[in-house]
Design a protein. Structure first.
Length: 160
């Protein structure tokens, strides 16, 4: 099946797969689809390693990166640490997640970590990840939490 998105992205199949696993991203791209690496939980150094590995395993096939920096979010500009972000999560949301985990027989994180320490949705963190991403031959930057900030759009236009 060939669709306009295939032509737009230079892929054989209209199959896009978002994953935090570089192996899945490479496998999808190598199969003719478009793999997208979930990059927001990476430090710039980790992202560099992951993207270099993908580059070495896709033989020039296109792939992308998802960097979560929404234009608007609760706590934006407050320079919140992990504990402060964790405190913003209400009991209703915690109960919802606990119920889903229990329903599927999944144990909660035994370490009790609710927000990975490396998660950064600040503009500064996003800019550092973009710096890394644009050093690689990626064909797409996704912003899965809504409209990206203007600086991300401007950077993407510059990198064309």
């Amino acid at each position: 099946m060939k669709t306009p998105i295939c032509d737009m992205l230079g892929i054989d199949l209209p199959l896009l797969a978002f994953s935090h696993c570089r192996d899945v991203v490479a496998a999808v791209s190598n199969a003719g689809g478009f793999g997208v690496l979930g990059a927001s939980t990476h430090t710039p150094e980790q992202l560099e390693r992951e993207l270099a590995w993908i580059d070495d395993h896709v033989d020039g096939r296109p792939y992308g990166a998802d960097i979560l920096v929404p234009e608007k979010y609760e706590g934006k500009g407050l320079d919140l640490d992990t504990a402060a972000i964790d405190a913003l999560i209400g009991q209703t949301q915690r109960d919802f997640v606990a119920a889903i985990l229990a329903e599927h027989g999944i144990s909660p994180d035994p370490a009790g970590q609710r927000v990975p320490a490396s998660v950064g949705i600040s503009e500064e963190a996003g800019e550092r990840l973009l710096d890394v991403a644009f050093r690689h031959p990626i064909k797409l930057i996704a912003s899965a939490l809504g409209t990206p900030p203007g600086y991300m759009i401007a950077r993407a236009r510059q990198a064309r």
